[in-house]
Design a protein around this ligand. Structure first.
Ligand code: NAI
Ligand code: MG
Length: 356
């Protein structure tokens, strides 16, 4: 019997609505596979908690989460609480404290009508972005000098440590080797003459240990063009925190939008729990109306099953999503359907057994 202990942090807005559907998927897996079981513990952290208690999570929140096999998060942020507080004090705190330095975002087209690209289909749009998730341009390092004076100067420093750069690049090479795929590094060494020259050097250095992996190296501006015009160039991509953030939204745009985009925050050493989440926010404009698309949250359950070493379930979830995307009437309005969040979820549960 395999058992996993999952911490639920549904958060704000549509977070709880989409997490509820993801939990249904996990419970369905339990039902269909007698060798698997889960337990769930829900934490009420988020913006309402902040308004009640003046903090985004319990003081010993990180301690409490440490014990779990995975964290399943909805979304955080809501009008009434400044976004930099909700983000830094909950989501980014978990990513940092648990050293989740790998962010994995699949850019995979599941239905031909979901892409705005002409003449590109499921064969051409199928790759994985591995984004550095702990330092780089988002290290929070810098200074603000002579504030408000004519000589005002602002510095935002990119931090690329040897350890941080090597480990993300090595992770990507390992993944490319394991999956027998090409590896593309995206950087900008012509303009960023310290950080990205270093990044490229490390990419080449580590590459010497992986002569079996075919590599490419693109500048980020050219890579953006290829994402749109020739997405078939990419199989596994490794890139820095900022470039990865921007490029994966571009990736979401060519594969069906935010309602479908998932991301895993991985601590590869498994010293701490990893965290699985849809990449969209709390969508206050549609919260509480049953309009949220739960498929991004469900895709992150697929990533969780892969992480647990259950790839058969990971791929069963993707196959079910693909099948469901052909039933237009069962989809939420963002995908052109009329179904509510839980109607879509219920239809998903019915189809999942076909792929188990
Ligand atoms: P958002 O992702 O919440 O919404 C952007 C647009 O996409 C909205 O029109 C929304 O209705 C739509 N949308 C998003 N997810 C959807 C889904 N599953 N189904 C259907 N439509 C969906 O981004 P926004 O509006 O910039 O941010 C709202 C709040 O969420 C802010 O407080 C922000 O800080 C927070 N946020 C949190 C994130 C996280 O927890 N990982 C990520 C991004 C934003
Ligand atoms: Mg982003």
């Amino acid at each position: 019997m395999k058992h996993w202990n999952i911490a639920l942090v549904p958060g704000d807005g549509i977070g709880p609505e989409v997490v509820a559907e993801g939990v249904k998927v996990l419970k369905k897996i339990e039902e269909l596979d007698p060798s698997i079981s889960f337990s769930f513990t829900e934490f009420p952290w988020g913006c309402q908690y902040y308004l009640d208690k003046g903090k985004m999570m319990a003081d010993d929140g990180i301690e409490q989460l440490k014990e779990f096999d995975a964290i399943y998060l909805g979304a955080v942020g809501y009008p009434g609480v400044p976004d930099h507080i909700s983000l830094w004090d909950l989501l980014l705190k978990i990513r940092k404290e648990f050293d989740q330095y790998v962010n994995i975002r699949p850019i995979k087209l599941l239905h031909p009508e979901l892409t705005p690209l002409k003449n590109k289909g499921e064969k051409e749009i199928d790759f994985l972005v591995i984004r550095e998730n702990s330092e780089g341009e988002y290290a929070g390092a810098g200074d603000w000098l002579f504030k408000g004076k004519p000589e005002e100067v602002v510095l935002q420093t990119g931090v690329f440590s040897r350890k941080g750069t090597e480990r993300i690049i090595r992770y990507a090479y390992e993944e490319a080797r394991k999956q027998k795929k090409t590896l593309t590094s995206i950087s900008k060494a012509n303009a960023l003459n310290y950080s990205m020259v270093f990044w490229d050097e490390v990419f080449n250095e580590v590459g010497k240990e992986y002569p079996d992996v075919k590599t490419y190296s693109y500048l980020v501006d050219a890579a953006s063009l290829y994402f749109v015009l020739q997405p078939e160039r990419f199989e596994i991509v490794v890139t820095s925190n900022l470039f990865g953030d921007i490029l994966t939204d571009l990736g979401a745009a060519i594969t069906g939008g935010l309602g479908l985009a998932a991301g895993a925050n991985i601590n590869p050493e498994r010293e701490f729990p990893s965290m699985f989440e849809p990449i969209h926010g709390s969508a206050p404009d549609i919260a509480g109306k049953g309009l949220a698309n739960p498929l991004a949250a469900i895709w992150s359950v697929s990533q969780m099953m892969d992480h647990f070493g259950e790839p058969a379930w990971g791929s069963a979830i993707l196959k079910t999503m693909k099948e469901l995307l052909h039933h237009k009437s069962s989809l939420t309005p963002d995908l052109g359907g009329k179904a509510s969040t839980d109607q879509l979820g219920n239809e998903f549960m019915k189809l999942l057994s076909n792929h188990a």
